[in-house]
Each structure stands twice: as C-alpha cells, then as structure tokens.
Design a protein around this ligand. Structure first.
Ligand code: NAD
Length: 291
C-alpha cells in the first residue's frame, strides 16, 4: 500500500513560510506583494480555479487584483489590459487564466506579459530559461509544485527512469525538461505513442498529465513506482485523475490523490512565483527565501 503524497499537508507548510516572509517584509515597511488575475468569460472550471488562487493569495497576505472580462472581449482589449498591468508598478505578477475564448490567441497573450511578471512561467523567455537550465526565470506552476512535493518526501530524481504521459505546453513538456535538469532519464509519451504500457511499466517515477480519466491502470505500473497524477476530469459526477487510484495504490510506493495532490501544490507554486516576482521587483532577492 503506497504512501500518499499529500499535497494539502505539504502546501500548508510552504504557505505558512510564505505568510511569515510576507509579514516580515511588511514589518520592514514594504508594501504587500500583489498578483493580477485576469479571467475572460464564464467557464465554470476556470471560475473555481481563479477563486481558489485568490483565496490562497489572501491567506498568505498577497493582494490579488481581479479583472473579469466578458466572453466576447476582443483580443486587442485583453492585450491592452496586459500592457497596463505590465506598466503598473504596484503589480508584481500577472496571471491570465487559460483557456481563453476562441477569438483570442493565447500565445499572443502569453508573449505580451512582461517575463518578469510572468508568474505562470509560460512566456517563451521563461520557458527558454528552463530549457537552458538557467536560474532566475519562472518555472511553470504545476511542474514546480510536483518537484517541491517530491522533494518534501525525499524522492530524488537523479538517475531515475521517469515517464511523463502527456506533452502539453503547461504541464508535460516543461515537467519533462525540469526532470531532465534534475538528471532523470526522461521518456515523454503522448497520444501518438505506439505502446504506452511499454514505457509506463519501465518507470521508477510515472507522471500522467493527459486529462483522460483512469488512463493509467495497475498493469501499466511497475511494482514500487512513484505515481504522480496531474489529470483532473469528471467521471460519474466525481473529480477523478488519470490514474486508477484504488488499484494502483496497492502497487506503487508513493502516489498522489486527486483531489489533494498536485492541485494544491500548483497553487502553492504560484504563490512562491509571485513572492519571487515581488522580491525581484523591489530588489529584495538577497533576502531569505520561503523555499
Ligand atoms: P493538454 O491538452 O495540453 O495535453 C494533453 C496531453 O495528453 C497531450 O500531449 C496529448 O497528446 C496527451 N494525451 C491525450 N490522450 C492521451 C492518451 N490516450 N494517451 C497518451 N497521451 C494522451 O492538457 P494539459 O493542459 O497539459 O492538461 C492535462 C491534464 O492536467 C488535464 O486534465 C488538466 O485539467 C490537468 N491539469 C491539472 C493541473 C493541476 O494543478 N492538478 C494543472 C494543469 C492541468
């Protein structure tokens, strides 16, 4: 029976440290960190995510500024709002919730965000820094959250066979590069992979980020593997992940639940990235870090 990688518990520890650090800066006379959150339209899942992010900010003392634009917002209007937020000295981080309505090109929006305020880490400059294994950029929140979760449980990736299922721009692809930077041997699978099971069965650490409910079955997992489930989907009215948790937990050594695993860690990583942007912005980088 696997040990649960408890994203809620680990998040509480990180968030307490972030809160203490923010309070310390405020005691020293600095303003609080701030995150601008932009939501376009009324997608229910996006509204829940944005709400959770704002609540988490508030709890650690990060001010969140919320911009809710209508579904039919023209691309130009969103780009000009991002431009204003880039120029606003009171704004440390900018997050534009994805997905965006179809009249808006998400890549154009991502490229308009000031890389120094890009706390989601999706700007090509930050992706490039990750690819080049350079310090100082922002690592996308879900990959960073997974790394922090594995670190907390003392799971070292050096020399491990890691299989990442899913090669999306916001999770699978940057996560594969991050794990390669940590000296893992990384296999990346996707919808066109010929024999998925052949790759998943070899993995010491198996991460799935596809959004296909229960794609990963017990017979696809090596005995004693570490299993990280990023997927979030709805099945029979319940939130489920990519992994058939009930069966796979009997075979894995460690496993993340859905919900309560990667989700909270993603938000924790967003808070850390916002704190990092704030410190960069105010020249406080030398100060002690929450990580
Ligand atoms: P995406 O659509 O960008 O990428 C999905 C990837 O999965 C693609 O590379 C695709 O080829 C692959 N894929 C799809 N079906 C497959 C199959 N049958 N076999 C193998 N590969 C397959 O999606 P995304 O934005 O990366 O999100 C993936 C999942 O992670 C979604 O469920 C999303 O909700 C979830 N997610 C969770 C968090 C979190 O905090 N827990 C954060 C971001 C995304």
């Amino acid at each position: 029976m696997a040990t649960i990688l408890d994203g809620r518990a680990v998040s509480r520890i990180y968030r307490e440290r972030i809160k203490e650090e923010v309070e310390r800066f405020k005691r020293l006379g600095y303003r609080e960190p701030s995150l601008a959150v932009v939501l376009v339209g009324n997608d229910p899942a996006s509204q829940v995510y944005v709400n959770n992010k704002q609540k988490a900010c508030k709890k650690v003392g990060i001010r969140s500024l919320f911009y809710h634009l209508p579904e039919d917002t023209p691309e130009e209007r969103l780009l000009s709002l991002v431009g204003e937020l880039n120029e606003n000295p009171e704004v440390d981080g900018i997050l534009v919730q994805l997905p965006l309505p179809k009249q808006i090109n998400p890549q154009k929006v991502i490229e308009t965000i000031d890389p120094n305020k890009d706390v989601d880490g999706f700007h090509p400059e930050n992706m490039g820094k990750l690819f080049s294994n350079l310090e100082g950029g922002f690592v996308p929140c879900t990959p960073l959250g997974i790394k922090l979760l594995l670190d907390h449980y003392g799971i070292d990736l050096k020399g491990k066979d890691v299989t990442v299922v899913g090669a999306g721009y916001i999770v699978g692809k940057p996560l594969s590069v991050l794990m390669l930077n940590l000296n893992a041997t990384v296999t990346v699978c996707h919808i066109y992979t010929k024999d998925l099971k052949e790759h998943t069965r070899r993995a010491d650490v198996l991460v799935s980020a596809t959004g296909v409910p229960h794609l990963i079955k017990e017979d696809m997992v090596k005995e004693g593997a570490v299993v990280v489930d990023v997927g979030i989907s709805k099945k029979d009215g319940k939130i489920v992940g990519d992994v058939d948790f009930e069966r796979v937990k009997e075979k894995a050594s460690y496993i993340t639940p859905v919900p309560g695993g990667v989700g909270p860690m993603t938000i924790t990583a967003l808070l850390l990235n916002t704190l990092k942007a704030y410190k960069k912005h105010l020249g406080l980088e030398g100060a002690a870090s929450a990580v």
